[in-house]
Ligand binder design. Sequence first.
Ligand code: SAH
Length: 347
Amino acid sequence: MIDVHDLPALRALARRLKVPEVELRRAEKALFKHRLPVSEVLAALPEAAREPARTQVDWAPLELVSRQDSALDGASKLAFRTRDGAVIESVMLRFHTGRSSLCLSTQVGCAADCAFCATGKLGLKRNLTAAEIIDQVLQAARLFRAEGRTLRNLVFMGMGEPLHNEMAVSEALEALRDPARFNFPDRYIVVSTVGVPAAMVRFAERFPGVNLALSLHSAREEVRRWLVPTTKRHPLAELRAAAEAVTARQKTPLMIEYLLFDGLTDTEADLAAVQDFVAGIPVHINLIPFNAIAGAEHQGLRGTPQARREAFGAALKRAGLKVTLRRSLGADIDGACGQLARSAQGG
Ligand code: SAH
């Protein structure tokens, strides 16, 4: 079987099937640019090539097994089954402005084990392949298209830590940016990381225009060690050095994600620590509300109420920083940040 996301193999097959160049290009356009259903992609091929192409190509590495639409907002959570029976999730996001985004997964489970994140509770099962990462985009893009929408933004903020699966994520990014295929502009892609310093710098070198987001959440060592256990391996000083190196290589400011927890990450001491951490580095800070997950109340984790989130943001702005207060979509379908953990229920 030839993987639909292995372009050289796909083209080699087309040559074996004697598909003329024009028809091959037309089929590729139908597949990646217009995101048409497979039947219509096959119809773009010469008659004799259709059946062999249908059977020799693995047209969908992932099987869509369920879809939940939020009753609150424009989010839909998609669950996909991999060939080996794992279930991963992606979230379609529809904003009032008309913009459509996809939040996608890079691993089955995650090794980072952040205190506030449902995916971490699963542990790491395995990395996704590049084809499995790309297929989330292709399948969601088809669904958006059927609604008359165009998928514009890709955020690597689903299950898993992208920079713990550097090879497959890089390969997927190449395909998604490829003008002959998906042609996503760099500026519409965000890759979010828990903070893997060496991989962050390599990423910035290879993809200087793709947005990188660092999930900081606390700039106090003790607190961050508790919230984000990978801090034990990579202390804040190391992250700060990586942030400097990244911004020296990238065109856009480093995005900083910061979760506001009542009494834990939203105090005066936290305000000062964040300012220290980002001093002299071009950053854009996103303040994120905590989305409740099972077990959080036992750990004493409570989100900061909105009024104080706004005050925290205002204080950072007064200090001259670029700040956005985020809101989360899809909370009622467990599709918001940190709530993706489908495989915990055995799929
Ligand atoms: N592993 C990557 C990307 C996945 S999570 C990372 O850590 O950045 C995407 C974002 O959602 C991260 O900033 C993460 O910290 C945040 N997040 C995780 N659990 C959350 C929760 N329960 N509520 C709100 N945001 C959460």
